[in-house]
Design a protein around this ligand. Structure first.
Ligand code: ATP
Ligand code: MG
Length: 343
């Protein structure tokens, strides 16, 4: 019996703690965006902002020309362009695709990570070491920029400020325009100075459109009758399978720092979840969202029974400050539960 045909394991046995070096190595676009380019992004003609976003990114890339190492007199030619570009838009309109395309096309030392990966890096290495490692980079890409709490707000304002001052350019994506970051989540009005300073570094580009993922998948998350049997069909593809009760997964996620969820999903082909039910508290729900993000990056199939995974966030959560995060998770769960061994 090979590892692939063995019985599924349990996700609760996966509790990695990644060190700084391992976290830094992860700072590249996720596998599914390896070939993302501006050429294979197909702007939707019904939404002119998509074509405009491509043009804005090309303009941003032009800003690298003649930058690189500064000349003898420490001066660059022409006026300094804004150091940052900020792609703001709905779910599945291709923000990450465009960010990855920009990363691939940019010269020099560059990093690509989600907001949570950068805050985790600071958590693992400390602020000073993180600045030291990132200083001198030509480009820092931050996917899913969001300000969840006052600590992260100060940290990011300071980190990005310092990097931008030393010549690093910054590109970010978010479901929220920069000046609305933090709204409904914490006393954002106490951090207007930080949020204003962050926003002032970016050229904001709004992208409208339909959820690309929903163009060819089911409208709802798929629920199966027999989780182990469907999970078994994924034995045909490389990677491990796990099978757990929904509550056991949630309990486990509470014991692992979200920065390490990337290690929890590593090498997985599919996970089975039984007895899925609606969330009763926001803490569990937000951890699950962070976990879904990592499953999505790694394109791990989800096989589940119980409540459909697009119906696990109750209305009171969906109408609160984290609404967009939940809706993004729903969009991703519809996609991941629609996966088959052939897709
Ligand atoms: N216009 C497009 N042309 C080609 N591929 C696209 C386009 N828009 C999206 N995609 C593809 O659709 C998938 C979803 O896009 P992507 O993940 O970039 O969206 P997103 O805006 O980052 O979504 P989210 O809000 O979930 O982060 C990706 O595989 C991406 O390559
Ligand atoms: Mg994205």
């Amino acid at each position: 019996m090979t590892a692939e045909t063995a019985r599924p394991g349990s996700i609760t046995a996966r509790a990695p703690r990644l060190d700084g070096e391992q976290l830094l190595k992860q700072l590249v676009p996720p596998r599914q965006f390896r070939d993302a380019s501006l050429e294979n992004y197909r702007p939707d003609r019904d939404y002119p902002s998509q074509g405009e976003a491509v043009a804005a990114i090309r303009g941003f890339l032009d800003g690298f020309k003649g930058s690189g190492p500064r000349g003898f007199f420490g001066r660059r030619k022409g006026p300094a362009p804004l150091p940052g570009i900020y792609l703001d838009g709905g779910f599945g309109v291709g923000k990450t695709h465009l960010l990855a395309a920009l990363w691939h096309a940019a010269p020099g030392r560059k990093y690509f990570g989600t907001f949570i990966e950068y805050t985790a890096l600071v958590g693992a290495l400390g602020y000073a070491t993180t600045v030291q490692l990132l200083t001198g980079a030509s480009l820092i890409c931050i996917d899913e920029f969001e300000l969840d709490d006052p600590g992260d707000t100060r940290l990011m304002a300071r980190l990005l400020g310092e990097l931008a001052e030393s010549g690093t350019r910054i590109a970010a994506t978010s479901n929220t325009p920069p000046l609305a970051l933090g709204e409904g989540r914490f006393a954002a009005q106490d951090f207007l100075r930080e949020i204003d300073a962050l926003a002032a570094r970016f050229l904001t580009v709004r992208i409208d459109g339909l959820d690309f993922r929903r163009r060819d998948v089911a409208a709802h998350a798929v629920v199966v009758d027999d989780v182990p049997a469907v999970l078994e069909t994924f034995a045909a593809i490389p990677g491990q399978r796990t099978l757990d009760g929904f509550d056991a997964l949630l309990e486990h996620l509470a014991t692992v720092h979200p920065a390490n969820y990337v290690g929890v999903v590593e090498g997985l082909a599919a996970i089975g979840l039984t007895a899925v039910h609606p969330f009763r508290n926001q803490t569990d729900a937000l951890r699950f969202v962070a976990f879904v993000d990592r499953l999505y990056d790694a394109q791990v199939a989800v096989v589940a029974d119980g409540t459909p995974l697009d119906a696990v966030f109750p209305d009171d959560m969906l109408s609160g400050g984290y609404r967009k995060k939940y809706l993004r998770a729903v969009s991703r769960l519809v996609s991941l539960t629609s996966r088959t061994p052939a897709s």
